[in-house]
Design a protein around this ligand. Structure first.
Ligand code: NAP
Ligand code: MG
Length: 498
């Protein structure tokens, strides 16, 4: 295996087991353990707690007890601690990236972006909390008015397996900065780096402020959302489980943030330089192993350049280097598990059955020494926009291509999906690009550079892609509630209302 930065995979030592993190320490899991597996080799890396009601109850109790004191910490103090968390993540990133790479099967080089985004989150919220609207005080007739922000309490946060450290930072940073305590449930397929990070930040934060309960969704996750003592629900994952979380929030009148799926259109105008537009599109549909809700997987290409564009897109797909996840030069590696791998391959069968044409790819590839893993070719499918392959989230390295010629038609096609998380536009005419961006129903629109994440820019979805925004000051509001205190100098004299 290739050496990476300061470390090579054989340097990484795992604990023999990772129970839940409760009250600042790893404790024994009440309901036993499950294997944590290297997604590409099938090797058992360690054991993680199989969280259930008892672990969740202990974690929520610890978070509840830690809350009053944490809520009372000054914003300056919280800001200092958030910066320390960013430092510790930065110092330990080589090791954590390798752990995450082995756990998830994604290519190691991708984690440079993941960790940059995650570190930025903590630094951003360390600063943002200092300038967040903290309310106002002003004299009013016969008294004084005070408006203020208060934290919500114990936040239940559930994250998926695809980008574990990005998700951990997106959830923890704003909630902590706003003065909440947390119980986080990472996905059972990808929680080793998250719990290792939890151990590191336990030396920085007071006990009980961040707790983590690993385990299966229907057990640990369900027990968490059902717990009577939580004050906020935050979830990233599938629309199906998102609905369940939303329903629970509705029944219990709890504030909720949902970040769900996506199926982003990526629209190509005929004025572009084709090579750079192909490069941007390839990055947009293959990065994160294709396992992300923000990928630009619905390529809509103008008729004038369609044939040449598609030919070059196929040539570029052929060059994408598939290989072992821990090799720095690998660009596409293993899907998280067999179930997800089979799901992706099954979508290619569905595409064939509905009359779409697989122009390139569509197959599982064997990588020597990694036969367990699902390595899937970058796949390009010519499809009609209404087909399932062009409508549903595949979560694998695949894009559909569809031709367009009329701007009204492409707006309609781009918006004709249940999702609205992200979109891309490629044109040399910024006026055209910006005009079109205003008409696309998506929370993020990237013109000419896909994944153009800028710290502090709101991130979240239109339509079925979710409720609420992360990554920005809006997230601080999502983890706070406002209080108005109106104080009168004098009570009305007796008889005023008679
Ligand atoms: P998922 O089932 O929605 O899982 C997301 C998180 O919810 C995981 O931590 C999961 O735990 C947990 N969970 C599952 N059932 C639960 C329940 N009844 N109560 C509480 N928590 C529960 O998504 P997935 O199975 O990982 O992926 C399925 C599809 O979702 C993907 O193919 C993709 O389309 C979409 N997805 C979207 C995103 C995104 O960022 N928007 C991310 C991942 C997946 P366990 O995983 O431990 O069971
Ligand atoms: Mg794993």
């Amino acid at each position: 295996m290739e050496a990476t930065g300061q470390m090579s995979p054989s340097d990484v030592k795992f604990d023999t087991k990772y129970g839940p993190l409760i009250n600042g320490e790893i404790v024994e899991a009440a309901d036993g353990y499950i294997d944590a597996v290297n997604a590409a080799t099938g090797k058992v890396l360690s054991q993680i707690g199989r969280g259930g009601k008892e672990d969740v109850d202990r974690a929520v109790k610890a978070a509840g007890e830690a809350f009053p004191k944490w809520a009372d910490t000054s914003i300056e103090e919280r800001s200092i601690l958030m910066n320390k968390i960013a430092d510790v993540l930065e110092e330990n990133q080589d090791r954590l990236k390798l752990i995450e790479c082995m756990d998830t099967g994604r290519a190691l080089h991708e984690f440079d972006l993941d960790y940059q985004l995650a570190i930025n989150q903590f630094r951003y919220f360390a600063g943002a909390i200092l300038t967040h609207y903290e309310g106002e005080s002003r004299p009013v007739e016969n008294g004084y008015l005070i408006t203020k922000k208060e934290p919500l309490g114990v936040c239940a946060q559930i994250i998926p397996w695809n980008v574990p450290m990005i998700m951990t930072a997106f959830k923890l940073a704003p909630a902590l900065a706003a003065g909440n305590t947390i119980v986080l449930k990472p996905a059972e397929d990808a929680c080793l780096s998250v719990i290792e990070f939890g151990k590191l930040i336990s030396d920085i934060l007071p006990n009980g402020v961040v707790n983590m309960v690993p385990g299966y969704g229907p057990e640990a996750g369900q027990a968490l959302i059902d717990h009577p003592d939580i004050d906020k629900l935050a979830f990233t994952g599938s629309v199906g489980v998102g609905r369940l979380v939303g329903r629970t929030a509705g029944d219990r009148i709890l504030p909720v943030t949902l970040e769900l799926g996506g199926k982003a259109p990526h629209i190509v105008f005929p004025d572009v330089d084709i090579d750079s537009a192909v490069e941007n599109a390839t990055l947009g549909y293959t990065f994160f192993n294709g396992e992300s809700c923000i990928l630009g997987t619905r390529l809509l290409v103008h008729d004038d350049i369609y044939d040449e564009y598609v030919e070059k897109l196929i040539e570029r797909a052929k060059q994408v280097k598939i290989g072992p996840p821990t090799n720095r030069s690998t660009r596409l590696a293993s899907i998280i598990n067999e179930k997800q791998g089979e799901r992706v391959l099954n979508y290619f069968d569905i595409a064939r059955e509905e009359g779409a044409k697989i122009l390139y790819g569509g197959n599982r590839v064997t990588v020597p020494g990694h036969e367990h893993g699902y390595f899937i070719e970058p796949t390009i499918i010519e499809a009609e926009p209404h087909m399932r392959i062009a409508q549903e989230e595949i979560f694998g390295p695949a894009a559909t291509v569809t031709c367009w010629s009329d701007i009204e038609e492409v707006v309609k096609v781009a918006n004709d999906v249940e999702y609205g998380l992200a979109a891309g536009i490629m044109t040399d005419d910024l006026e055209k690009g910006l005009t079109l961006a205003n008409r696309i129903d998506a929370g993020s629109v990237w013109i000419n550079s896909y994944f153009n994440f800028q710290t502090g820019a709101p991130f979240g979805g239109y339509k079925n892609s979710g409720v609420g925004r992360e990554y920005s000051k809006e997230a601080l509001d999502a983890y706070s509630q406002s209080k108005t205190i109106a104080a009168a100098y004098k009570r009305p004299p007796f008889g005023t209302f008679m």
